[in-house]
Design a binder for this molecule. Sequence first.
Ligand code: ATP
Length: 237
Amino acid sequence: MSLLEVEDLTVAYGPIAAVRGVGLSVAAGEIVAVLGANGAGKSTTLQAITGLLPARRGRVAFDGQPVSGRPAEQIVRLGMTLVPEGRRVFAAMTVEENLRIGGAIRRGRADAARTRDEMLALFPILAARRHQAAGTLSGGEQQMLAIARALMSQPKLLLLDEPSLGLAPQVVEAIFDLLVELRRRGLTLLVVEQNVHMALEIADRAYVIAHGEVAMSGTARDLLASDEIERAYLGHA
Ligand code: ATP
């Protein structure tokens, strides 16, 4: 059974439908990538799945339960957490305070403290900077913090919107290694990426979104082998 099942998802900004009839599924334990050019509708799709944007039509089911129309906070409680594009850490707050906010939504205090300690062990760089304001961290460190903050809610499914955006190649590699490690620990991942090749290297399957619709989908291996994907849908020469 799928952990996440999305059918016929349509999302509009006023009269303009940015996402039209998108269907996708993610099985427990998978890494699934969502690829596509700028403005294709990838962020809109993630935001509608996680209840941050209302859908005009369609169904989203998580862990066997319908979640369409539920408030975002309830969806996080069910076990689905988004790491937003651009990281959005609370710049004036310390690393530790950012983590506390991530854990506030579902856990008792002792449990939150335990999860925070797990995060500080998983991200030594955050442990070293735990009392530092998040705004003083590098881009890569802020991305780590955004991921750690999302993990504080103890999700089953982590959705990431362009985790590699604006980061140096070495840092991007560290982020992708981390995603693989998280999957090894039992997490399921849905990752929006413009970094097509790296995303396909770690993903099991992928969907290519073009003009708000699923234009292609398949195993990462098949998509890596196809040059059609770049030519047709990703806006490269
Ligand atoms: P990017 O990688 O640039 O974020 P994307 O694939 O995530 O691209 P979306 O951000 O989902 O694409 O945008 C899909 C379409 O919806 C685009 O045409 C965009 O201009 C439009 N759009 C996005 N947000 C809004 C908004 N708040 N109001 C109106 N139109 C929007």
